[in-house]
Design a binder for this molecule. Structure first.
Ligand SMILES: NC(=O)c1ccc[n+]([C@@H]2O[C@H](COP(=O)([O-])OP(=O)(O)OC[C@H]3O[C@@H](n4cnc5c(N)ncnc54)[C@H](OP(=O)(O)O)[C@@H]3O)[C@@H](O)[C@H]2O)c1
Length: 296
């Protein structure tokens, strides 16, 4: 008797915040996983049963080995845009389906409607995927809860004050484990072709409330000190890319006075409630007390 070999799912961004969890969930669902990595040191952290193939999204021909024999791809794009058309063309020559990690750039809420180069890139890739005739599922997380680690952990490790702009700006941080769970589900379950899923956390919380929740979880009082947009620009000068700073300031500024946009999509797809920001903070508490020295 001959056995049909199940083609592997190619996971790009397999070492990243979402892709890494997608890898684990696909393995748990019994699927063979091939991971695309472009830094060999990052690949070392992947489970032993994962087939690791190196390739670089900025060098389309480097992807041929990774694409051979796959039918489904999880696509995460953090590279510059120039090679996207050639990569999608190559992808369509091998695969039938793509699940693309995008963003809610079409959502009619002020937070998502500010000028944003990432939105333009995501929209372009979606157009390329559609034009290539690939079956697609688009995953659109709002603000990821783990941004709090990048933004506030250095200050919280160093003291009890977070200096930040727009404390009153509300977002609905979504736990990256929920985003990964939805992505994995759409990769291993039928019925998601054509799916377009905006994913948010369960509650609208101001940035000051989010900092306060982290303090609660740590058993400390963390003070939120409001910065003006210009103070934030000068404090991040040289350490953050200016377009990213301007993009965030525009989004936070535009959302003042509006509750965050919230969807039930995580629940609708997984059948379980999205994790709260408090839960996320509790599960990552040590990252706010231990870790690399804060950059000054
Ligand atoms: N942050 C948010 O709140 C948010 C919200 C909505 C959507 N998004 C979107 O989510 C996506 C992921 O963002 P993230 O910050 O979460 O990603 P991330 O964790 O930084 O992961 C980036 C991944 O991309 C891989 N990668 C980078 N450059 C590559 C290249 N040239 N070729 C192949 N692989 C490459 C990295 O692999 P190596 O480890 O091998 O370098 C890594 O696995 C982005 O498109 C972002 O716009 C983010």
């Amino acid at each position: 008797m001959t056995r049909t070999r199940v083609p592997p799912v190619l996971v790009t961004g397999a070492t990243g915040r979402i892709g890494r969890v997608v890898v684990d969930l696909l393995i748990a669902a019994g699927l063979p996983v091939r991971a695309l990595t472009h830094r060999s040191e990052a690949a070392a952290a992947l489970p032993g049963c994962v087939e690791i193939v190196t390739g670089d999204l900025t060098v389309p021909e480097s992807l041929d080995a990774a694409l051979r024999g796959v039918s489904t791809v999880f696509l995460v794009w953090t590279a510059p845009p120039a090679t996207a058309p050639a990569v999608i063309e190559r992808l369509a020559a091998h695969a039938r389906r793509v699940v693309f990690l995008s963003a809610p750039h079409q959502t009619p809420h002020p937070f998502f409607q500010q000028p944003n180069p990432m939105a333009a890139l995501h929209a372009d890739i979606e157009r390329l995927i559609a034009a290539a005739g690939l079956e697609s599922t688009i995953i659109r997380p709002g603000m990821l809860a783990s941004n709090a680690l990048f933004w506030w952990a250095p200050a919280i490790r160093a003291g009890d004050v977070v200096r930040w702009p727009y404390g009153a700006a509300e977002t609905a941080p979504v736990d990256e484990r929920d985003v990964a769970a939805v992505a994995a589900r759409t990769l291993y379950q039928d019925g998601h072709a054509g799916g377009d899923y905006v994913l948010t956390g369960p509650e609208s919380l101001s940035q000051a409330e989010q900092v306060s929740i982290i303090g609660d979880v740590l058993g400390r009082r963390i003070r939120f000190q409001e910065l003006s947009p210009d103070e934030f620009r000068s404090e991040t000068e040289g350490s953050w890319p200016r377009p990213a700073v301007d993009m965030l300031l525009a989004a936070w500024g535009a959302t003042i006075g509006h509750p965050a946009f919230i969807t039930s999509t995580v629940f609708d797809i997984l059948g379980s409630a999205p994790r709260s920001f408090r839960q996320w903070a509790a599960d990552h508490a040590t990252a706010f007390t231990e870790g690399p020295p804060p950059s000054s």
